[in-house]
Each structure stands twice: as C-alpha cells, then as structure tokens.
Design a protein around this ligand. Structure first.
Ligand code: FAD
Ligand code: FO1
Length: 459
C-alpha cells in the first residue's frame, strides 16, 4: 500500500513492544499523509497504540510570530482531529533533537516514524534523535509525489534534466490515498489537552511581524483554498499566472510549506479536473517539477543556503562584475522598509510585509533587484533570504532557498547576455514588467493596502 521507496529505515531497533510514535514535523496534517499512514499500519500490525508528537522548536530559521501563529493554528485543529480518531497528541518544547529521545524513553516507545525534509536543520534534528535512541526508526517522504531520493540520486542541472525522471515515475507514485483508520478501541487513550498559551510563551521569536488574519491556517482552510482555485482560477492558470494583477495563482504555498495539504492531493485534483489540458500541465509543471527540483537542490547541495552553492559559471561571472559601479546601493533597512527609488520594488516589498505573500513573478524581480542594488552578491543573497524568511508565510522552504539561488546565482538557469553587476545572470527590469502587466495597477493595489492597514492600526 505504501510504496517501499517512500520509506527509509534509519535504524533497525529491538522488537516493537511499546507505542508507535509518529514524530510529525513537516507534514502537519492528518489526511493524505504517507508518514501517518505508515505509522498507523505499523501500529496495527504489531497491535500497539499510535501516538503523534510534535516538537516545538523555540526558533526556526528566522520565523517570526506571523509564521508560528499560522503553524500553531494548524496544530490546534490537528489536535481536535486526532482526538476524534482516538489518537493521542503531544507537543514537546525545546530542541527536537533532544526532546524526542526523552519522549520516546518516557513512553517506552517501540518505534519511531518521521517525515522527510531536505533542509539541514531538520536533518540535524533527525541525526541527534538517531544518536540517542535505540528503537526502530523510519523516515517517510510524505511531502513529495515522487520521493526525493527516488526522483534522482544526484543534484540535477535544471528542470529539463529532472522533468523526464519525475514524469516517468508519476504513474507509480501519483496514486490515490487510503483513508486513515481510527485507533482500535483497545488502544484509545486520551492525552492531556495541549496548553497552547503556555507554548506560545516559550517561543524566542520576533513578535513584531504580525499574523495575517486573511490567510487561515489548517487542513480545512487548505482544502477550501484548493476548491476555490479549481473552481475559479485553474482554467486560465497558463495564461494568467505571470500577471500579478490577474490573481490567477493558487495561493497554496503556505499550506504546502507547513504540510496542511499534500502536494499529491492537489496534483490528483488538478489532473482529474475538467480544466483545459494546457492549464493543468502548466500548473503541474510548477507544483511537481519545479517544486521537486527545489527539493533536489537542497537535498544534494548542502550549501543551498548561501551563494557558495551556485554553479562555477555563475561564480565566475558574478566575481568578474564584483567591482562594477552600482547605480543605487541600499541598506538592509532601506529594503525592509520599502524605501528604494523604485515604486514597483517597494510595492512588492509592501505586499510581502503586509500579506505574508508575494506574487511569483514579482518574487523574481524583487530578488534580482536586490542583487543589482547590494554591495556584493553574497550580501544580496543574505538580504533576500532574510526578508523572504521573515515575512513570507511560505518562507524557510526549499522553494525559497532555490528561488533566491535562481534569481541571484543562476541556479537551474543558463548564462545570458553579459551586463554590468549581473554578468551572465539573467536580468529583469521595470520595462520588462511594464510590457507584461499593468505595473501602475499593481503598485496602486499594494499602496492602498498599506494605507488601509495603517488606518486599521490607528483605530
Ligand atoms: P502557484 O503558481 O499557484 O503554484 C503552485 C505551487 O507550485 C506553489 O505553491 C509551489 O509549491 C509550486 N511552485 C510554483 N512556482 C514555483 C517555483 N518557481 N519553484 C518551485 N516551486 C514552485 N516558494 C515557496 O513555496 N516558498 C518560498 O519561500 C519561495 N520563495 C521564493 C523566492 C524567490 C526569490 C523566488 C523567485 C521564488 C520563490 N518561491 C517560493 C517560488 C514561487 O514563487 C512560489 O512557490 C509561488 O509564488 C507560491 O504561490 P502560489 O502557491 O500561488 O503558486
Ligand atoms: N517543524 C518542527 O518540527 N518544529 C518546529 O518548531 C517548526 C517550526 C517552524 C517554524 C516555521 C516554519 O516555516 C517551519 C517550521 N517547522 C517546524 C516545519 C519544518 O521543520 C520545516 O517546514 C521543514 O523542515 C522544511 O523543509
């Protein structure tokens, strides 16, 4: 039922004679979750109870109140859902690498299952847990449609090299999900309700980046967002997705990032919809090929979070233009406060700051201009990651690291015509945007939003 390539045995322990623990991290949902299904099956086979645990790290890659609020909102809903299935849910506080082994000890656990992430911090947590426990330990790739290791055994050059590998395996992996059965009555136990207020107090985060009430977290909200996209926008996704004014994109990235929805569920729904083939194909190219290419980059290139991870041709060309005169130079503060001389750039920064989102087309322009207006490419990379991770709901994600590396470091791209500062890195400018969409309308919308939000704050 669960494809063996989805699962990796981290360690074979002693016989399973205690509860089976699913340590949920990245895939924060009940439905359509291969890690949860694997854990449930293991528990049933060994006639042991299934328990779910989440380890709340006091900080995570620059996430602020906005993102923690979104994540904890989803986990609150999850607690209720698990209760209905008779599955106990626990939240631990502190470094996951230290807290999970202690929990396993306390529960006298028989086996541990966790989900997959290519990011170094999650891999370190897993290694620390591995070191300090002796129970059976499995990792299940519940995030990708084609599991990251199965898609390719090496870092891929570009979409064109990974596309045939992924598409060739979709028939095997893009399958419907089974239902998650409730816990057998003999194993049903209640866990103490989670003290969410107390958990919030343990966080060491910046509380000045406020939540975004217009984007509701959780599985229910994610499914609603999917249904809305299928009904109103998918049909014209191929023609409208690059126009920030058209509002044609799915808006699913925060839900995908926190695992509130499974990419596989989204892909099945899009594949089986009545939308024109060109729209379905364009969307699946982003959701499956581009997204899984980002996973591949972060998994196989441990320098994904700095400019040092980029290809030699890109290094050379950026180095060659290191001393080029910059027409404008802005500090991190000027970028953060949307105080550059370009109203289009400022509008994009306002959008991410005020809404936790930025349209995909603007994200490319935004990052490339940070390269153009920074003293060196390394500073540009750091500034883009800092702002993306601090303000975007979907930040701190393989897509974010890869998106910035693509924009500033030519990752997965090819050399273009040489020009100042950029060298052979693909260039974007205001006039190019103006040819594609009504720039004034986009600017107007973001500034109007800013004014409305400021008025709300003063009330
Ligand atoms: P849709 O157009 O509806 O696409 C559906 C899904 O496909 C997305 O949710 C995403 O999972 C995937 N997808 C779409 N475009 C891309 C892409 N270019 N690369 C990989 N996957 C893609 N995406 C994030 O999820 N988190 C980030 O932090 C992030 N930062 C980015 C930073 C920069 C500088 C750039 C250029 C891109 C970044 N992206 C990021 C990729 C992309 O812009 C977003 O995934 C997309 O805008 C999210 O909006 P949506 O869900 O409405 O997208
Ligand atoms: N995962 C956890 O297991 N514990 C956390 O405390 C935690 C916080 C967190 C904050 C912001 C964010 O964007 C993600 C967060 N994650 C957390 C999720 C997860 O570990 C990551 O999404 C993946 O590792 C990304 O690949």
């Amino acid at each position: 039922m669960i494809h063996p390539e989805r699962t990796r045995t981290v360690q074979q322990g002693r016989e399973i004679d205690g509860p089976v623990v699913y340590w949920m991290s990245r895939d924060q949902r009940i439905r359509d979750n291969w890690a949860m299904l694997f854990a449930r099956e293991l528990a049933e086979r060994h006639r042991r109870p299934l328990v779910v645990v989440f380890a709340l790290a006091p900080s995570f890659l620059g996430a602020a109140l906005r993102q923690y609020d979104f994540m904890l909102g989803g986990l609150m809903e999850l607690e209720q859902g698990l209760k209905r299935l008779g599955i106990p849910f626990f939240v631990l506080c502190g470094d996951p690498g230290r807290e999970v082994p202690r929990f396993l000890e306390r529960m006298d656990a028989g086996a541990l299952i966790t989900d997959f992430s290519p990011l170094k911090i999650a891999r370190k947590w897993k290694n620390d847990v591995h070191r300090d426990t002796s129970v059976d330990f499995f990792e299940v790739d519940a995030h990708n449609i084609v599991p990251c290791r199965s898609a390719s055994a090496k870092q891929e050059f570009a979409a064109r090299t990974i596309r045939p590998k992924i598409n060739g395996k979709l028939e095997v992996f893009l399958t419907p999900f089974p239902e998650l059965r409730a816990q057998s009555p003999e194993h049903e136990t209640e866990s103490h309700p989670v003290d969410w207020k107390k958990l919030f107090r343990t966080l060491k985060i910046d509380r000045n980046v406020l939540p975004v009430p217009s984007t509701r977290p959780g599985e229910e909200a994610a499914l609603k967002a999917l249904a809305d996209f299928l009904e109103h926008r998918l049909d014209t996704y191929d023609t409208g997705r690059n126009d920030p004014n058209a509002h044609m994109v799915s808006g699913l990235s925060p839900y995908l990032h926190f695992g509130h929805i499974s990419a596989q569920r989204v892909a099945l729904a899009v594949r089986d919809s009545a939308a024109p083939q060109s729209a379905r194909e364009a969307f699946l190219e982003e959701l499956v090929v581009r997204r899984e290419l980002s996973e591949n980059y972060c998994f196989y290139n441990e320098r994904y979070d700095s400019l040092s991870g980029i290809a030699p041709w890109a290094h050379e060309t950026l180095d060659l233009h290191r001393s080029d005169a910059r027409e404008h130079l802005y500090t991190r503060d000027a970028f953060e406060n949307a105080e550059t001389g370009d109203r289009l750039w400022n509008a994009a920064q306002i959008q991410i700051r005020e809404t936790g989102r930025m349209h995909g087309y603007m994200r490319m322009y935004w990052a490339k201009k940070i390269l153009e207006w920074s003293p060196d490419p390394e500073t540009a990379f750091e500034t883009a990651i800092y702002l993306n991770d601090r303000y975007a709901l979907d930040g701190r994600d393989p897509n974010g690291f890869t998106g910035v590396a693509w924009s500033i470091g030519g990752v997965h791209d090819r050399p273009w015509f040489e020009r100042p500062v950029f060298g052979k890195i693909r260039y974007m400018n205001y006039n190019g945007c103006a040819r594609k969409f009504r720039v004034d309308r986009y600017i107007g919308e973001q500034y109007a939003l800013l004014t409305a939000n400021r008025e709300d704050m003063q009330k």
